[in-house]
Design a protein around this ligand. Structure first.
Ligand code: NAD
Length: 471
């Protein structure tokens, strides 16, 4: 069966994945019309804003949108029209973890995927290739196919592909320009293989052919969960070792360097920290846990659950270090938290370790001042209100202030906590900061970015995650 040449692409979901991914497709494939649709009017307006005040921050993204928008890249709230015009549709909607109901806490909430799929079935007049871009549990494509086939018009056929996204926030554009691999999963029928070829041809406009991997549908779905689980497991492993380092006087940097030299282990992703965050790692592992449990594999579920539990432990362990070091109480003390995003180069705060730290400090009745170069105030208040559901926001605001610079945040504080590895925090003028802080002045580095020796010479008391140094 011959593959269809794709000329019109629609992406349902203009978020962190759909937006950058399909903007890059538009840039690299000027012959393809790309329309990214979303129900969220404010988000679409931001994508269309005349001054390119885009709804998400990603280095290089504005340049991509500037080049393609209006040429062959469009953003719209007209979901139905987007679906009807396209021959290939990415489903890139959110798949959060269920917070309530049966299976709550583990199962992926596939409500948005289902609604988007039902919409495709309801309005499509012609055959479509439907591509799962969202991260979904293994065999979700089967449910999508059932919905599509049961509701489609005569003569409309739907081929389903899995094409999980491996970009990392903060480096999304670089990752999309030069991906380690593009993974496409399809049914092994002639129709499935032809659809797979159609999508592979789109990527082949800029991705070397040997990096486009084609596999079975279920392997593709599972590979995305597996990749995130393995990455998160590596972080939890190094963080578990960081606790041992702190207790023994070993240095996690040196340990990571030493073990990373083993070519079987390799040096990447071995940085100890206050914990991983972001919308994906925890959610995808919990997904894997749920899948394992539903397949009656309790030991497998327990194995992966431990990766998430280790991450929770690391965040609270760091908070406890702050409290213990500040003479076992932070009640009434003033703490600056530098960074609120879950990692550098993104404004995304989903599952950010900073949220847990601030919540811990507030529960110990400290005063907290937050500074982040990219997270706006509204987001910080939303996150704190969600993190402290039993505390009215006006009470949270009595304990928390938001600063406009590192120096402003640190003035008249007893302690500075580094929660995000922003480049500008590596370049802080610590001498000036020290002069403006209450004494003794403490720095708690949850991201291993300060030079502890330099800070100690200035007069700071310093604790760096994974270092066993005595103060
Ligand atoms: P997001 O919340 O930023 O964006 C999803 C968008 O989909 C929202 O703007 C929402 O309004 C829209 N939407 C939901 N239902 C819709 C519908 N029926 N019609 C139209 N629009 C609809 O989410 P995201 O971070 O872009 O993640 C999307 C998927 O990609 C998730 O499954 C996630 O796990 C996966 N993923 C995310 C990342 C990441 O780094 N954020 C990386 C790889 C994969």
């Amino acid at each position: 069966m011959a593959s269809v040449k794709v000329t019109k692409v629609c992406c349902i979901g203009a978020g962190y994945v759909g937006g950058p991914t399909c903007a890059v497709i538009a840039l690299k494939c000027p012959h393809i019309q790309v329309t990214i649709v979303d129900l969220n009017q404010a988000r679409v307006d931001a994508w269309n804003s005349p001054d390119f005040d885009l709804p998400i921050y990603e280095p290089g993204l504005v340049d991509v949108v500037k080049q393609a928008r209006g040429r062959n890249l469009f953003f719209s709230t007209d979901v139905d029209k987007g679906i009807q015009e396209a021959d290939l549709i990415f489903v890139s909607v959110n798949t959060p973890t269920k917070k309530s109901g049966v299976g709550a806490g583990f199962a992926a909430d596939l409500n948005y995927v289902e609604l988007a799929t039902r919409r495709i079935a309801a309005v499509a007049h012609s055959s479509k290739i439907v591509v799962e871009k969202s991260t979904v549990p293994c065999r979700t494509a089967e449910s999508m196919r059932t919905i599509l086939e049961a509701n489609s018009r005569p003569g409309c056929r739907f081929d389903i592909l899995s094409n999980p996204e491996f970009l990392a926030e903060g480096t999304a554009i670089a990752d999309l320009f030069s991906p380690d691999r593009v993974l496409i999963g399809s049914l092994q029928s002639p129709e499935g293989k032809a659809a797979c070829e159609s999508l592979a041809e789109v990527y082949a406009n800029w991705v070397p052919k040997e990096r486009i991997l084609t596999v079975g549908l279920w392997s593709s779905e599972l590979s995305k969960l597996a990749a995130n689980a393995m990455l998160a497991q590596r972080i939890s492993s190094i963080n578990a070792l960081s606790a041992i380092c702190e207790a023994t006087g070993a240095n996690i940097d040196e340990v990571a360097h030493a073990i990373g030299f083993d070519s079987r282990i390799g040096p990447k992703f071995l940085r100890a920290s206050v914990g991983f965050g972001g919308s994906c790692f925890q959610k995808d592992i919990l997904n894997l846990v749920y899948l394992s449990e539903s397949l009656h594999l309790p030991q497998v579920a327990a194995y992966w659950r431990q990766v998430v539990e280790m991450n929770e432990y690391q965040k609270h362990r760091f908070s406890k270090t702050v409290v213990d070091t500040l003479f076992n109480t932070i009640t009434g003390k003033h703490i600056a938290v530098l960074g609120f995003a879950f990692k550098a180069d993104t404004g995304d705060t989903r599952e950010s370790p900073a949220i847990t730290l601030v919540r811990d400090f507030l529960s110990e009745r400290a005063y907290v001042t937050i500074y982040d170069p990219k997270v706006d105030d509204v987001q910080i208040w939303l996150d704190l209100a969600e993190a402290c559901p039993n505390v009215p926001l006006e009470n949270i605001k009595k304990q928390v202030t938001i600063a406009r610079s590192s120096l402003e945040a640190c003035k008249n504080k007893e302690a500075v906590v580094i929660a995000t590895e922003w480049k500008e925090f590596r370049e802080i003028d610590w001498q000036t900061v020290y002069e403006h802080m209450n004494k003794p002045a403490f720095v708690f580095d949850g991201r291993m970015i300060v030079d502890a020796d330099v800070l100690k010479k200035i007069g700071f008391k310093v604790k760096v995650i994974g270092r066993g140094d005595r103060l």
